[in-house]
Design a protein around this ligand. Structure first.
Ligand SMILES: *Cc1c(COP(=O)(O)O)cnc(C)c1O
Length: 382
């Protein structure tokens, strides 16, 4: 469809074209100097000791689970209000998922009290997801995890460049997982990044990213090695140099683009129509209070979620937007309600997640969006 205002759009220009062309002309296409540079720049962004570029965030989450020793017989606490990959990464390892509810329909991140309710002697870790680019309550989450010896993985797919209390997201837990899928804040088509400050976790993830091999093609090309050993069961979760080059360009634009997202977000918040304003405004401001109290940097503003009034007909609402050329979406159908996950993980009830997911609509937001497009969307809500 030809949308007047699409849900998301890329900020791509001649820099990206030139960067990819330079890689093509260099004829070194995968896991080389450009990837190393991308990892180095990303490590600076999160302030972690290590960053490891991978093929996508789904595999980043999978490698993170494996590095923490999660497997059959273990349980991991996972938000149901997330993209399905957050839970699937755990299931790949043979471990079981325990779904956690959100704090409130007005604050849709993992409720720290759920950790106490769901933890058993088998629980190994908690995955948190910084919904829409707004931080989870990390102080309370860590306080619940630490005495129980639970490890923490951050699904930071929505939140590159965001921080809480001055500390970047992706640096709070044991491991951070980022996505560079086309519609994310930093996009390379497909791609992902792992961040950690633990050298043992880093080494384990690095090995498993590339078949558990002790040396890489790049090392052998540079005469550092002739052969290799395989010391672990690994995968091919590598990124290529074209994507790493796109990632470097996008990373250079990230701070300005996130700031622009923030500007547009506040324009939405300031002028949402009265019918939705009270409910709508509370949702982001619930996050905002966390931000302001802790003196954080800006959130990543990946999504612009609004909550329709109870009983509103969402399909009709979204059809009305479509007729005005405005694309909208839903984040997310809860994972615990999917056919596969009900069969595999058992029937559970998540009242707040279900209430939120039934009323949520995501409106267009992207850094190249003009004020007039925000105003068009706002006018279309009436
Ligand atoms: C996009 C996304 C993922 C998966 O990322 P890919 O890079 O597409 O594998 C995981 N979790 C969340 C919350 C996401 O939004």
């Amino acid at each position: 469809m030809d949308w007047k205002v699409p849900l998301a759009d890329l900020d791509y220009g001649t820099e990206e074209e030139q960067a990819v062309l330079a890689v093509l002309r260099s004829k070194w296409l995968t896991m080389g100097a450009v990837t190393q540079q991308f990892e180095e720049r990303f490590r600076e962004l999160t302030g972690t000791r290590y960053a490891l570029a991978v093929s996508n965030a789904t595999q980043a989450l999978h490698l993170a689970c494996l590095a923490l020793g999660i497997g059959a017989g273990d349980e991991v606490i996972v938000p149901s209000l997330s993209f399905v990959a957050t839970a699937n990464a755990v299931l790949y390892t043979g471990a079981q998922v325990r779904f956690a509810d959100i704090l409130d329909p007005l604050e849709p991140t993992l409720n720290p009290a759920e950790i106490e309710r769901l933890a058993t002697p088998r629980t190994k870790a908690v995955i948190v997801m910084h919904y829409g680019g707004y931080p989870c309550r990390m102080h309370e989450i860590l306080a619940a995890c630490q005495p129980r010896g639970l490890r923490v993985i951050e699904d930071a797919a929505h939140s590159p460049g965001a921080a809480l209390a001055g500390k970047p997201l992706g640096a709070w837990g044991d491991i951070g997982c980022f996505s560079f899928f086309s519609n994310k804040n930093l996009s390379t088509g497909e791609g992902g990044m792992l961040t950690t400050s633990d050298p043992a976790l880093y080494e384990k993830m690095k090995l498993q990213r590339s078949h558990g091999m002790t040396t890489l093609t790049y090392d052998r090309h540079h005469g550092h090695a002739f052969s290799y050993d395989v010391v672990d069961l690994g995968y091919n979760d590598r990124i290529d140099e074209m994507r790493a080059a796109l990632g470097l360009c996008q990373l250079a634009k990230l701070a300005a683009n996130n700031a622009r997202r923030w500007q547009l977000t506040t324009r939405y918040w300031d002028s949402l129509p009265a019918g939705y304003a009270a409910r709508v405004l509370e949702a982001p401001f619930a996050h905002l209070r966390v931000q302001v109290e802790t003196g954080a940097l800006l959130p990543a503003c990946h999504l612009l979620p609004i909550l329709l009034p109870e009983g509103a007909n969402r399909e009709e609402f979204m059809t009305g937007l479509r007729e005005r050329g405005v694309q909208s979406s839903i984040h997310y159908p809860p994972i615990h309600r999917f056919t596969y996950h009900r069969a595999r993980c058992g029937e559970v009830h998540m009242p707040k997640t279900e209430a939120y997911a039934a009323r949520e609509v995501t409106l267009p937001l992207y850094p190249t969006m003009g004020e007039e497009s925000v105003d068009w969307v706002l006018a279309s809500l009436m």
